[in-house]
Design a protein around this ligand. Structure first.
Ligand SMILES: [Fe+2]
Length: 88
């Protein structure tokens, strides 16, 4: 299953994919994907805030993917390596 959303903006709107509100999330598995189409915001300060949210996302049962939007910190985002994922 693939779910698509956007505008998470880190702690401002991440509740949208918290399984307490995103009820379908309670039934997703590692074979499922949630794609955030812009304004992910969880790579923002390059520090403990990012680690907290990335760890939280990692704890969820599904795969979370994102496409960058206009509200990202591109200076921090560009420090991340480019890697192949599932052949792409
Ligand atoms: Fe936004």
């Amino acid at each position: 299953m693939i779910y698509i959303t956007g505008d998470i903006h880190r702690e401002q709107d991440i509740h949208k994919i918290n399984p307490r509100e995103f009820e379908a999330g309670n039934h997703l598995t590692p074979d499922d994907y949630v794609i955030i189409c812009g304004d992910f915001g969880c790579i923002w300060d390059g520090g403990s805030g990012d680690r907290f949210w990335l760890n939280w996302l990692e704890s969820l049962p599904w795969n979370t993917l994102f496409v960058d939007g206009n509200h990202e910190n591109f200076d921090v985002l560009k420090t991340y390596p480019v890697v192949d994922y599932k052949g792409g």
